[in-house]
Design a protein around this ligand. Sequence first.
Ligand code: IMP
Length: 217
Amino acid sequence: MSDDTTENWGEDVNPRQAIRKLQPGKLVIASHNPGKVREIHALLGPLGIEPVSAAELDLPEPEETGTTFVANAELKALQAADLSGLPALADDSGLCVEALGDEPGIFSARWAGESKDFGVAMQRVQDRLAALPEGTSRDAHFVCALALAWPDGHVEWFEGRVHGCLVWPPRGENGFGYDAMFVPLGGEQTFGEMDPDAKHAISHRAVAFAQLVAAVL
Ligand code: IMP
């Protein structure tokens, strides 16, 4: 792409200034996961936002047909905004293992199968890594994409990451998903061993929410 595209922005059109602000009032949380809704409530409630869950409004859960975290977050947020007539926030997250070409990625929840057994999902990651040559990197990162959509189709999105490496066997009873095999960069404990507040201070979700709060509130 040539640099010409930037010439038409004009002097006073800074793309960061063009971000749409979220006004105080109701915000649909496009998730049927009560844990996520509670977390978002704690974060945005004090800022004058009244989170309402998609479940409370009886909104359907769309199929996650996107090929990226952002695309999946966006389709969930747009559907909820369209059906409710209110601004809506959705997230999509997962674990990307670098030596596995960033798998499981958007399929992180699906690797746990119907029974949602993350012992099985972590074992699958470990088996795939163990099949690679000795010394292969165990670097991985969690990604959290957030999409904020309005009923007129406008969307703002944000993405947070936390880098680290994978250990085996899993350690710690805190957290969920792949937490017990992930040690954040510079740390020694897995997310599963860490105090939940310490994890929440540095997680991919915290980074994405900090971006959202700084940009739209
Ligand atoms: P979704 O964002 O609800 O579609 O699910 C993402 C999946 O990624 C979860 O089911 C977990 O398996 C995994 N995941 C996302 N964030 C975390 C995390 O903070 N710790 C551990 N696993 C996570």
